[in-house]
Design a protein around this ligand. Structure first.
Ligand SMILES: [Zn+2]
Length: 337
């Protein structure tokens, strides 16, 4: 595991180290041959590092999806050092008592920038589930009540550090100063009034062991978390497909007029739920079929994707990852028959 940078500065080592370069290059005599090449490579590496360190700006741009309801839509990619982990949808509901925030993003910096675009004053924060792109911005919301389901709180407590380490490895300077902040408050399912706003908190599971959906009654907006993906292949590291499909049945009955998926564009009808269900149905059936035929993992990974899923972002990669996560379970199921 790479050591975790803990420095809480906007410009860590890369920028400082890059500074003496001007002196070095202007000094005579000039280095030659392999040494010059090595220096050039070093300079390029430092310049690249400095670019990330100097501009860790997510350029968050809240989009109004219903009156007083805003979404920050992430890119449909995997984590990388260019996107800084901004691959996730977060959102907030503006109220006179402050924003009601749903998910806090992948890093402290994201959380800080999100809080700024949400107006600074925060009434409450809800974390949908224990995946790092959804809760590692929690630090920025100190002072506000941060709630999650008990299973989410426990998962962040026990696995948060490891998830954070993974993002430090992939996102480098974007993660500067990020530490795990475990939600302090248990979200109780049912109707609640928060900052004068009536919310329905829906406790489900399937994408992970605990998935919270938040329905804003006044605007008809459903924040579905990662129970719903759209035009981006679902991720399954902690998935139970049977439970997930049951959760989608429940969400389909919510009288929403706007649905915010965890990843992918906001919709106003059932199409995102339907697509997630269609994909999970297909994935489960194809894993069962492959297990029945005794295929090995690489063979299952290479199976063709149905045309209707081929256009989903990161479809092939997510299929490969899902085979790793889920296939052993279906092989065991076949053996038990
Ligand atoms: Zn997730």
């Amino acid at each position: 595991m790479a050591p975790r940078p803990r420095a809480d500065t906007a410009m860590p080592a890369g920028a400082d180290a890059a500074a003496p370069r001007t002196d070095a290059t202007s000094a005579a005599p000039r280095p030659r041959g392999p040494r010059l090449a090595a220096r050039l490579l070093l300079a390029l590496a430092l310049a690249g590092g400095a670019a990330v360190a100097q501009a860790p700006d997510y350029r968050l741009d809240p989009v109004s999806v219903a009156p007083g309801v805003f979404v920050l839509e992430g890119v449909r990619e995997h984590f990388n050092a260019r996107n800084g982990g901004n691959i996730v949808n977060t959102g907030f509901i503006a109220t006179p008592e402050g924003a009601i925030v749903i998910d806090t993003g992948p890093s402290r910096r994201y959380g800080e920038q999100m809080r700024a675009v949400a107006g600074g004053k925060v009434a409450a924060v809800f974390i949908t589930h224990a995946h790092p792109d959804h809760f590692l911005g929690n630090q920025a919301f100190a002072g506000a009540p941060v709630s999650a389901l008990p299973g989410t709180i426990e998962a962040i407590r026990t696995r948060g550090e490891k998830l954070s380490d993974n993002l430090y490895g992939m996102l480098a300077g974007w993660m500067s100063g990020t530490v795990v902040a475990v939600p302090a408050k248990v979200a109780e399912p049912g109707r609640v009034t928060v900052a004068g706003r009536e919310l329905e908190l829906i406790a489900l599971a399937g994408h992970t062991g605990a998935d919270l959906a938040v329905f804003d009654v006044k605007s008809g907006t459903l924040f579905a978390g990662d129970l719903v993906f759209f035009e981006r292949a679902p991720t399954t590291p902690d998935a139970d497909i049977d439970a997930w499909l049951a959760a989608l049945d429940r969400l389909a009955k919510v009288p929403f007029t706007t649905l915010v998926p965890g990843h992918g564009p906001v919709v106003h009808g059932q199409e995102a739920i339907a697509q997630t269900r269609d994909y999970l149905d297909w994935l489960r059936a194809s894993l069962r079929d492959a297990a029945g035929r005794g295929l090995d993992m690489p063979e299952v990974m290479q199976q063709p994707l149905p045309a209707r899923f081929a256009g989903m972002a990161v479809a092939r990669e997510e299929l490969e990852r899902s085979v790793v996560h889920l296939y052993p379970r279906y092989e065991e199921e076949t053996l038990r028959k």
